[in-house]
Design a binder for this molecule. Structure first.
Ligand SMILES: [Zn+2]
Length: 79
């Protein structure tokens, strides 16, 4: 009788666990990884070498910079 009770508890636990998994999969069935999981392309500042995301870099004539100041220092122009 004791074993029957244990078996019942295990079955109930398994049933709840399976239900949770089904509802989780129902939200996004094998969805591709969102863009936020894609590693950002990193570029190095030509002046100081600081690495920063390509989207945040300042674009100069010859490359990327961490700031407008470093772009000016490296390219030697005041724009
Ligand atoms: Zn820099």
């Amino acid at each position: 009788m004791k074993y029957l009770l244990v078996l019942a508890v295990v079955l109930i636990a398994f049933y709840i666990w399976r239900n949770n998994r089904v509802t989780q999969r129902g939200d996004a069935p094998r969805a591709p990884t969102p863009p936020s999981n894609v590693p950002a392309i990193m570029v190095a500042c030509l002046e100081c070498g600081t690495h920063l995301p390509d989207t945040e870099a300042v674009r100069g004539r010859v490359g990327a910079y961490c700031s407008v100041e470093h772009q000016r220092q490296h390219e030697g122009t005041a724009n």
